[in-house]
Design a protein around this ligand. Sequence first.
Ligand SMILES: *Cc1c(COP(=O)(O)O)cnc(C)c1O
Length: 233
Amino acid sequence: MSPLPSEVIASRLESIRAGLPSSARLVAVSKFHPADYVVKAYEAGQRLFGESRVQELVAKWESLHEAYPDIVWHFIGPLQTNKVKYIAPFISMIESVTSERLLREICRQAQRVERTIPILLELHVAQEETKSGFTRSELLELLGAIHAAPEEWRGIELRGLMAMASNVADEQQVEREFAEVRATFDAIRSSDLLLQPESFTELSMGMSGDYQIALSQGSTLVRIGSAIFGERL
Ligand SMILES: *Cc1c(COP(=O)(O)O)cnc(C)c1O
């Protein structure tokens, strides 16, 4: 496959961004694509990027951070607890927090590098068993535990929820799933479970195939890869 020209990446970014409401931001998902695709997107004005593998993200960060210090990286994939330490020094947000154990390790590593790491809690709504995340009741239980003992959870800032819908053609099902995430988000925001409700503002939903539906349900972060960079190898 020949590399995508800068103009193609720039025009795809432009048309996606033109269709976003001012309440939503684009996370350009550069996973499995080379660092020079990130640079092409950067030159077209993109600053926020998403990666889903620790090793790949660290390699890109190492090759780019000096020349492009204002690139903002979100981690969006499955994260093993023993790998948090590699991204803790520089990650701007970990969107894919799927367990209490992982969250504790993020706290530990954030304290070690004297940072506060913004995080999203991933809610499981899809039908597929392969998609991970908390159930709604697990999520409420965890928020209750954090609320009850905030001193045990230093190093993180709870910024909102992330979710993936089922990978199905049935748009109504996808819409129902995103609506369920939105309802949980609203319920949390209007509860007394948050110590800093003003920070809990992000709803990360929507990928190349379903972000329009996610936007209709109030997404504030759309994570788009293939519609910008093409199919992954
Ligand atoms: C790969 C990935 C995306 C982007 O998917 P596309 O269909 O290429 O837009 C979004 N979110 C997560 C969690 C991903 O792993």
